[in-house]
Design a protein around this ligand. Sequence first.
Ligand code: SAH
Length: 451
Amino acid sequence: MQKNEEFVLDIVDVTADGSGVGKADGMAVFVPLTAVGDRARVKILKVKKTYAYGKLLSLVKLSKARIDNACPSFNQCGGCVYRHISYEAEKAIKENKVYENIKRIGGVDMKPQPILAGMPDRYRNKAQYPLSQEYSAGFYAFHSHRIIPCEDCLLQPQIFGEITQAVTAWAKKNDISIYNEQTHTGFLRHIYIRKAEKTNEIMVCLVINGDFLPESDSLTASLLAVCGDSLKSLQININKQDTNVILGDKCKTVYGEDYITDILCGVKIRLSPLSFYQVNHTMAEKLYEKAREYAKPDGKNIIDLYCGAGTIGLSMAKEAKSIIGVEIIPEAIEDAKHNAQINGIKNARFICADATDAASQLAKEGITADTVIVDPPRKGCSAEVIETIAHEFKPETVVYVSCDSATLARDIKIFSENGYNLVEYTPCDLFPRTSHVECVALLCRTSHSSI
Ligand code: SAH
């Protein structure tokens, strides 16, 4: 097989990141934007030892799963991978992706519960837009920092597009320079927007390569014209590092409050720019309800590791005996403590520390738990955390909320080696149209476990 060679392929599978897979010359060929059931004319872009990457040139036969794509940026933008197939087909792919990982990596052949799913469009409550030198906001192309301008992303609330247009118009009018990643010069790096779904409160945060925002009054006026009373907070985030990490660790409020407040599972949640919050409110509520069903919080002592602003633990605090939340970001822990207070929750304690360190510290204090909830970032839990849970906290139940089913599966295996077996798991589509899928798993201590 040679670069630039053309083949007609049947697409027979899909990868975890949403590429179609066909076969030519005995090699697997990965072709983005194709669907199982397509017959596609493909140009080879890159040849490796056992596989190749191809580009879709045209479709000879269309998969039954195909639908018309409604987004003009879909083929270029790195955000969505499934706008060319029905949401039903996407859900089936996601269920299967989690199942395959748990079988292959986790060593457990167990079918998932039906995927929890909701509205596939305009579900996000948070966006971070990079800006082009031509003053357009957009998103990065796949595996690149090339900006694809996007005035109205179908994953975001409509008002986000209106806000980015107000900011870029203000920046252009006032000669505010746009940050250039190559030369590490220029001022305005990203437009970061958050919206509290239940209260409609909006936070706009400009990430800047500087300390102060010039012409802030005119920006505030423009944003008030777009958002009205909903604009509750305008902030700057200072990021003067030569890095592609979007946010620096310092924020300053330019207008309004330091935070906005949302309501999730009946709990008021204060959000500052740096604290983690699920981007899909509707589906996060479904996910947390499932976590609650698995955790059975009534009268239990619960440890909530990787707790962010405390959301999962606090949603169970009224029934639980006690909640201990652990989180590494100080601002998120401040939010968690504040959230407990504004909700009149007195049985929750929050610790700002690395989960591994905090778990061993709590174990030294003799703390045990009936239920441990973990909700780690994509890299999953450390083996030490799992061992501390299994041999020190010794809960009956572990509820594992995961945004990466491959690391979830790896950790399920480690849990099983330490006396905890997978009982049930439910994928949850927090990120429709993208390749990501969330999952919540119930693990229980085995009755014959020697621990
Ligand atoms: N449970 C929360 C947050 C989940 S996201 C919610 O549902 O909203 C994962 C969280 O883990 C983030 O808040 C992140 O800051 C935190 N985190 C990442 N690494 C960590 C570590 N080593 N120790 C503790 N918390 C960590």
